[in-house]
Design a protein around this ligand. Structure first.
Ligand SMILES: C[S@@+](CC[C@H](N)C(=O)[O-])C[C@H]1O[C@@H](n2cnc3c(N)ncnc32)[C@H](O)[C@@H]1O
Length: 207
């Protein structure tokens, strides 16, 4: 992968500085809503959210009526304490490059995190053995503006090939704000796939 690596301590510093506060913006809520909708569609009773950050997906799931079990993993303590009001036992501090979790889950979420892993292919291979028989792996990949940053474009392309070759279904999500962000969402399921975009697209164009 050609995207720049971000060291764990750098993540801590960036959370501290507010660099990632925007992940709670309305733009981002659109894509959390799609993941939440997929969790419902697959009737997932257990969710493993890898690189969960400050737990926005967790809060979205709860607001949408999810009552199953949720486990969030992130290595940045700077993000995790913000989730303490829910239950610290739902969040684990750990490095995804050495998966700190075992067991099977109905939905395994990799939302905006694959770019940062040492070996995304290995991680996806390991995770496919942890999806329950009717379950799904859901990944979200931001689509950078063409020509803006070639290392990111290369990485996004490599991840796209990786996920498609693994059998994932791809949909695009457009944020409804004027910033016009675009993400690709992937659903990789041993048993079934969803079809069609669940979030209506707004205007095109990127920020
Ligand atoms: C861009 S944020 C995405 C947060 C959230 N999943 C979302 O969709 O908004 C990436 C997250 O991945 C975490 N992360 C990056 N590399 C990691 C690793 N090796 N192990 C655990 N977490 C990692 C970071 O700490 C950060 O919280």
């Amino acid at each position: 992968m050609t995207a720049p690596r971000i060291h764990r301590h750098e993540w801590e510093r960036q959370y501290e500085s507010g660099r990632w506060d925007y992940l709670e913006d309305q733009d981002e809520i659109d894509r959390y809503a799609l993941i939440s909708q997929d969790v419902r569609s697959y009737r997932a009773g257990s969710v493993l959210d890898l690189g969960c950050g400050s737990g926005v997906l967790y809060r979205t799931l709860i607001a949408d009526g999810f009552r199953g079990t949720y486990l969030g993993v992130d290595w940045s303590l700077g993000s995790l304490p913000r989730c303490a009001e829910h239950s610290i036992h739902r969040f684990v501090c750990g490095d995804l490059n050495r998966l700190p979790v075992r067991g099977t889950f109905d939905a395994i979420v990799l939302s905006e995190v694959l770019y940062y892993l040492e070996d995304p292919a290995r991680t996806i291979r390991e995770l496919t053995t942890m999806i329950s028989s009717e379950g799904v792996l859901l990944a979200s990949i931001y689509q950078p503006r063409a020509g803006r940053s070639s290392p990111w474009l290369d990485t996004v392309h490599e991840l796209d090939v990786l996920l498609r070759e693994a059998g994932a279904e791809r949909r695009e999500v457009f944020s409804v704000s004027r910033r016009g962000r675009i993400w690709a969402h992937y659903a990789l399921s041993p048993k079934k796939n969803l079809s069609g975009s669940l979030i209506p697209s707004a205007t095109g164009g990127e920020q």
